[in-house]
Design a protein around this ligand. Sequence first.
Ligand code: NAD
Length: 260
Amino acid sequence: SLKGKVALVTGSTSGIGLAIARAFAAAGCTVMMNGLAEAVVLHKLAGDLAGESGVKVASHPADMTRPAEIADLVATTQATLGSLDILVNNAGIQHVDRIEKFPVEKWDAIIAVNLSASFHTVRAALPAMKQSGWGRIINIASTHGLVASTHKAAYVAAKHGLIGLTKVMGIECADTGVTCNAICPGFVSTPLALAQIETKAKADGIGMDEASHLLIGEKQPQVRFTTVEQIAGLALFLASDTASNMQGTALVSDGGWTAQ
Ligand code: NAD
């Protein structure tokens, strides 16, 4: 059981992160939520989750592009919740443009949130995890950590980097009781993916259902979204004892995308 453990989920105000926070709370973990949201919104989300699960839930507004705020997020989790046992690096952003037109500030932001933030959280969290002899680091990567698509230079570079970082973390954590692994979803129905479906629907003058079928069908033989609950289930599995000999690997749920 995960009772007594403390889980920090970055980017947990929406989508996959929110589902993971809910799943860990339901499993009895104390949870630290985080995301880019007004303090009142964060506070309400944490209150709602505490109410529905009966566990303690706190929140912290760290901007994952800012190393000093990330250090404060980790230190605050340890100080106010007692420890940090399960770290889920989930916060992520996307921008779609061909390389020649890709805005430099979008490149920098995507590398910061989708890659560097995980280095900063782990760097801060690992000493106490190793000392306690138990820890779980779960990096939310993507099929784009394994294969490329056009117009996603920063995202693909960041996610490939995150899988590389996961491998280093995994082998550096060997025999410490801490594991580090990644999850690679294909299309998941969240605001991040819906923005791309909206863009396609507008560009082709078609409805959202048709646009999502076309967009997913371009990549996945099984033309349906993975659900946020299914990704949360994989995170719970990686936190369980069943996964204690998994190090530096990536679990894929992508409807066959990367099997081709
Ligand atoms: P989402 O847009 O629903 O949620 C993103 C979360 O990250 C939000 O809580 C947001 O506040 C937070 N965030 C963004 N920038 C931040 C910052 N600077 N500081 C702190 N928090 C920040 O997106 P999602 O689809 O749930 O994505 C979650 C993760 O899953 C991302 O890493 C994404 O790359 C990955 N992923 C998503 C899909 C998909 O199809 N949706 C597929 C593969 C991987």
